[in-house]
Ligand binder design. Structure first.
Ligand SMILES: [Fe+2]
Ligand SMILES: [Fe+2]
Length: 293
């Protein structure tokens, strides 16, 4: 599987930044909280893999690493614009982004390269699990505002495409054995707690900042169902894949969902078409973003 860098742009209506998801503002802000993690988080992923680039001899894996870095760089660029829209809408996006940069810069300073790569491997498994859920279950994002839906679907497809790259680097550069297994699985336990605490914290802060849309019980019930519902809830749906990470012989492609990737060319064509139809709206959005920068 060779990750391809796709330079795409999205038409995100700024006036819908706080309420673009079909299931209302509470679910919208769950996704918005995730979006705030990407600029700092994906830079951390790229750097932790780059640290080991010189120790990879396999030309195929070298190319995959380049593709991985290219894709994450595009995701970062687009999520910075998305997050700027959140800031313009009155949410503390820049403050939360800065806070995460501080945390991850601290990790960069104090943790050995192998720990940093372990964090990336675990979080790439998280992005792969969440991406797969979004791609397989139409109720996750169906019926939402088009530009936002396209952006999340594009990100989910590319996360699927490169889901094994950091793991293959990990297997290549670290000595096999119990130490490697314990570092990977121990980091998964620590990362799980930290990741969800940060998501919860960011989500609550966005809801508080946007309280004119929040505060009603129906919205709260929807997000509880969205995350924990026994049939479609995020947590029950990813539990099995999360557990599979603890198998000693785990590999991200054990769960073969490459069939999903057949959608990507059609999606890119639809994104281009949407931008061709609304170039003025897109330019206006971009000007607004630049003016606020
Ligand atoms: Fe990404
Ligand atoms: Fe990724």
């Amino acid at each position: 599987m060779m990750p391809v860098r796709r330079d795409v742009r999205f038409n995100l209506p700024p006036e819908r930044a706080c309420d673009w998801h079909a299931q209302g503002p509470y679910v919208t802000h769950f996704f918005n909280a995730l979006s705030l993690l990407f600029p700092a988080g994906e830079r951390f992923f790229m750097d932790s893999v780059r640290n080991y680039r010189d120790r990879i001899d396999d030309p195929e894996l070298k190319k995959q690493v380049l593709g991985f870095i290219g894709q994450e760089a595009m995701h970062t660029r687009e999520h910075i614009e998305y997050n700027d829209l959140l800031q313009e809408a009155g949410l503390p996006a820049h403050k939360l982004d800065k806070r995460l940069w501080a945390v991850l810069n601290f990790f960069r300073k104090v943790l050995p390269d192998s720990y940093q790569l372990a964090i990336t491997v675990c979080l790439e498994h998280y992005t792969a699990m969440l991406a797969n859920l979004l791609l397989e279950d139409a109720t996750r994002i169906g019926g939402s505002v088009e530009g936002y839906t396209q952006m999340w679907t594009w990100h989910a497809l590319e996360e699927t495409e490169h889901k094994a790259v950091s793991y293959d680097v990990w297997n290549t550069v670290l000595k096999p054995g119990l130490g490697r297994y314990l570092l990977r699985t121990g980091t998964m336990l620590a990362t799980t707690v930290t990741f969800w605490l940060i998501v919860f914290d960011f989500h609550v802060r966005l809801l508080i900042a946007d309280r004119k849309r929040g505060g009603h019980l129906r919205g709260m019930w929807r997000i509880v169902k969205y995350l924990y519902g026994p049939r479609h809830g995020v947590f029950p749906r990813i539990a099995g894949e999360w557990l599979s990470f603890f198998r000693p012989g785990f590999h991200p492609w054990d769960y073969d969902n490459r069939a999903q990737l057949a959608r990507i060319d059609g999606l890119v064509a639809a994104i281009d078409a949407a931008n061709a139809i609304t170039p003025s709206a897109r330019k206006a959005t971009r000007r607004g973003v630049q003016a606020s920068a």
